[in-house]
Design a protein around this ligand. Structure first.
Ligand SMILES: [Fe+2]
Length: 201
């Protein structure tokens, strides 16, 4: 089985250019390609001389989560921009849950922005812990360091410079974060949240 590139239906965004999105989707395609390639290489090394290639195989395995998460995180990212910007339903269960922890939906957004401004390249991710019933906003370095085990991703914001450098300067992260949040189709996040809750019951 080979992973296939997902196609995204993203209409014109506000503050994020088509050129930026096209370049970024091109990078996503690279992660799909390399996810497949790593699996292929491991099989190839195993079938040639498993013992002699043990170090190479181990290094490829270590590298796998970088490529796989690079692929999957970008799918989360672009899916959130499909269907046009849609505001969050203020009466939704999602708003209720984040308000319990952060005080209000607005405070939750402010906290998400703060995490997004962490130094380095990575992702700001809003997870929902179905076991504890707790939302978490975390920073993931690169694509795979800091992932919370088994938690469903509700919202993912790419904070690699490649996600905004066509439209903004490296010191204009905040402008990109605002643009990203203004273009979110919150029904996608609500759907993810709902299905996480369904699995938990
Ligand atoms: Fe990216």
């Amino acid at each position: 089985m080979q992973y296939q590139e997902q196609k995204f239906n993203i209409s014109k965004l506000n503050g994020i250019s088509e050129k930026q999105i096209a370049a970024h989707i091109g990078l996503y395609a690279g992660y799909v390609k390399h996810t497949n390639l790593i699996r292929e290489k491991i099989r190839e090394f195993e079938n040639t001389d498993k013992e002699k290639n043990a170090y190479a195989i181990a290094e490829l395995r270590r590298r796998f989560s970088f490529e796989f998460n690079g692929m999957r995180m970008h799918e989360y990212y672009f899916e959130q921009l499909e269907g046009g910007a849609k505001e969050i339903n203020p009466n939704s269960e999602l708003v209720k849950i984040v308000s319990e922890k952060y005080g209000s939906f607005e405070n939750f957004i402010e906290h998400f922005k703060t995490v997004g401004k962490s130094r380095g390249i990575g992702w700001a991710v809003f997870y929902y812990d179905i076991k504890g019933g707790v939302p978490h906003i975390v920073w993931i370095s690169v694509h795979e360091l800091g992932v919370l085990a088994g938690l469903p991703c509700i919202l993912a914001m790419d904070m690699w410079e490649h996600s905004f450098m066509v439209d903004y300067l490296p010191n204009e992260k905040e402008k990109y974060i605002d643009a990203f949040l203004n273009n979110i189709n919150w029904s996608v996040a609500e759907k993810r949240f709902k299905s996480a809750r369904t699995i938990s019951t």
